[in-house]
Design a protein around this ligand. Sequence first.
Ligand SMILES: Cc1cc2nc3c(=O)[nH]c(=O)nc-3n(C[C@H](O)[C@H](O)[C@H](O)COP(=O)(O)OP(=O)(O)OC[C@H]3O[C@@H](n4cnc5c(N)ncnc54)[C@H](O)[C@@H]3O)c2cc1C
Ligand SMILES: *[C@@H]1O[C@H](CO)[C@@H](O)[C@H](O)[C@H]1NC(C)=O
Ligand SMILES: *[C@@H]1O[C@H](CO)[C@@H](O)[C@H](O)[C@H]1NC(C)=O
Ligand SMILES: *[C@@H]1O[C@H](CO)[C@@H](O)[C@H](O)[C@H]1NC(C)=O
Ligand SMILES: *[C@@H]1O[C@H](CO)[C@@H](O)[C@H](O)[C@H]1NC(C)=O
Ligand SMILES: *[C@@H]1O[C@H](CO)[C@@H](O)[C@H](O)[C@H]1NC(C)=O
Ligand SMILES: *[C@@H]1O[C@H](CO)[C@@H](O)[C@H](O)[C@H]1NC(C)=O
Ligand SMILES: *[C@@H]1O[C@H](CO)[C@@H](O)[C@H](O)[C@H]1NC(C)=O
Ligand SMILES: *[C@@H]1O[C@H](CO)[C@@H](O)[C@H](O)[C@H]1NC(C)=O
Ligand SMILES: *[C@@H]1O[C@H](CO)[C@@H](O)[C@H](O)[C@H]1NC(C)=O
Length: 492
Amino acid sequence: MYPVSKPLACALSGVLYYALQVAAASDLTTAMSACSNLTASFGPTIVETGGAQYNATAQGTWSLFNSLDRPTCIAYPTSTAQVQTIMKAIYAAGSKYAVIAGGHSAMVGYNSISNGVLISFSQMTNVSYDSGSDTVTVQPGVHWGDAVEYLQSYGVAVLGGRAADVGTGLLLGGGISFLSPQYGWSADALKEADVVLVTGQMVTANATNQYKDLFQALKGGANRFGIVTRYALTPAHVGTAADKNWYGGMILYPGSQSAAVSNASAKFIRENTDPKATLMVLMSTMDLTATDAHIVYVFYQGASLPTSIYGTFLSIPNTTATLSSMSYADMATMIPGNARGNGQQFGAASYIGDEATFLTGFNHFVNFTAHYKSLFEASYLIISPVPRSQWAVSTARGGNAIGDPGVAYASMNFEPIYLPGILAVPANVTAGFDLLLSQVQSNTSLPLYINECDASQSVFATYPGYATLKQTYAKYDPTRFNIRNTVGPLGL
Ligand SMILES: Cc1cc2nc3c(=O)[nH]c(=O)nc-3n(C[C@H](O)[C@H](O)[C@H](O)COP(=O)(O)OP(=O)(O)OC[C@H]3O[C@@H](n4cnc5c(N)ncnc54)[C@H](O)[C@@H]3O)c2cc1C
Ligand SMILES: *[C@@H]1O[C@H](CO)[C@@H](O)[C@H](O)[C@H]1NC(C)=O
Ligand SMILES: *[C@@H]1O[C@H](CO)[C@@H](O)[C@H](O)[C@H]1NC(C)=O
Ligand SMILES: *[C@@H]1O[C@H](CO)[C@@H](O)[C@H](O)[C@H]1NC(C)=O
Ligand SMILES: *[C@@H]1O[C@H](CO)[C@@H](O)[C@H](O)[C@H]1NC(C)=O
Ligand SMILES: *[C@@H]1O[C@H](CO)[C@@H](O)[C@H](O)[C@H]1NC(C)=O
Ligand SMILES: *[C@@H]1O[C@H](CO)[C@@H](O)[C@H](O)[C@H]1NC(C)=O
Ligand SMILES: *[C@@H]1O[C@H](CO)[C@@H](O)[C@H](O)[C@H]1NC(C)=O
Ligand SMILES: *[C@@H]1O[C@H](CO)[C@@H](O)[C@H](O)[C@H]1NC(C)=O
Ligand SMILES: *[C@@H]1O[C@H](CO)[C@@H](O)[C@H](O)[C@H]1NC(C)=O
């Protein structure tokens, strides 16, 4: 039963425990050095080591798994200059650190830290619109729903998440918005970014200046390249609250229609070429006897849902359909996405619209979910189209780090949601999830979507521009400070 004798195993784990304690002790020492420097520089309002706001930030992450960390201190900058000072102190001390914007990362440690400094953007939430240059400027702490609501009186919108509570970290991974079929990946709307590099130096990167390589890397490079303190974005002109120029909402289907819903999704991904047509499918893999197992969001920019596009979905017997005319802001704030208290896990695949591939992926996930279902509150396969029109706009705007694969495809997100008392992914589930990811084979000619991946997935390696991305990383972080001191995607 034991690969080595039990006493030896205990002795080994004792050595390992000691090694981990030593590592934690030195991390704590460097973090305390950075934190005392920051407290001396800023005082206790901007740097906190406990209290109500500290607790709200540390415990406020979307995934319960990240809410258990206790940062040595949390810094609440109010300006780019303060972020520079904070980063200089972290760099000089050699401290571990993490950054939190909207808090929605599902990856363990991407937005939380123990024995390190957490930089929270909760005091930098400004949004403004300049009609002269047609530019929206957002600070990194804003949540997309708030940005969309503020901007609607100007008749413009940002390409935020499809759930209101999601934050600006979405941009650094690419970003799929309901506007993406018409306006590209959310990151494609980026005009300029202020970026604090690991050394604390601030650079303003855009598509034409000396930092154009960094600018490109930010659009899909996630948290690896620096801390963005200002995003200048090209808005979409979607109209005001009075412009109810979209039609759509939510359709619920029973678990008995799983194959029909999966097939209809594959067909839509493969065949739809109308950029006004959107789709987001959430297929439950948990209780397939439920009458409301599958949730399908459909929004069309027009007065009704064209049957030429949505006919297959409309012909599947539904349980409930709540459809109406609405403004863009209505649809962008319809899904709050703000639930807290559950551990979350993401895994990703990218599929061409082939019915058998979709169904096989779904069935593997149903098997996985059934095996571990005593641990889960829910489990969803979320299907997001990435149509050709999305990449056409992207290319016209200069492209991004993800890289156009030249075909219409879907980003598939495998998302088990754990019961509240479960504080980490159990080891036996990790083995099952790894098996699942190998079974649901992403098409190797397609890029994976980093915001929907498991931390074990080597996403950057799926980008056609991987070699360039590595060079850009080496240029802007030559000592590999971020790789050593923050948790983030593999492969650089
Ligand atoms: C309910 C829900 C709905 C979602 N819906 C969508 C959707 O419709 N479309 C979509 O594309 N994705 C969606 N996502 C995925 C989402 O894009 C990612 O979770 C994204 O990372 C969230 O960004 P955040 O700011 O909320 O999270 P955070 O966890 O705060 O940030 C995410 C990552 O980016 C880093 N980061 C954040 N800000 C900065 C910065 N200024 N500089 C450097 N690094 C930074 C963080 O350190 C972290 O590693 C959804 C996720 C959830 C949980
Ligand atoms: C904080 O650290 C920086 C970088 O090492 C240093 O320049 C600065 O003097 C320190 N500030 C304080 C108040 O200790
Ligand atoms: C913060 O959280 C800790 C740990 O849960 C708790 O002991 C402490 O009382 C909390 N402090 C405040 C001010 O809420
Ligand atoms: C904050 O936004 C307001 C408009 O909402 C704008 O007038 C102001 O200049 C912005 N400030 C910063 C620091 O971006
Ligand atoms: C990029 O920034 C430079 C200054 O560094 C500026 O001259 C140029 O106009 C900017 N380009 C774009 C496309 O914004
Ligand atoms: C779904 O598609 C598969 C593969 O093409 C097919 O075998 C099956 O009959 C379809 N099922 C439904 C309900 O559409
Ligand atoms: C949902 O089902 C009802 C009842 O069968 C039907 O009248 C309606 O057209 C369906 N709606 C959609 C959007 O499929
Ligand atoms: C996996 O491990 C957890 C706890 O570690 C346990 O509760 C669960 O029953 C195990 N599940 C399976 C299928 O082995
Ligand atoms: C179903 O999932 C379990 C748990 O991961 C795994 O052991 C088993 O091999 C899977 N079955 C199939 C047919 O994939
Ligand atoms: C993978 O994608 C390529 C196009 O990029 C396509 O030709 C191929 O058929 C796809 N394979 C599968 C199994 O879907």
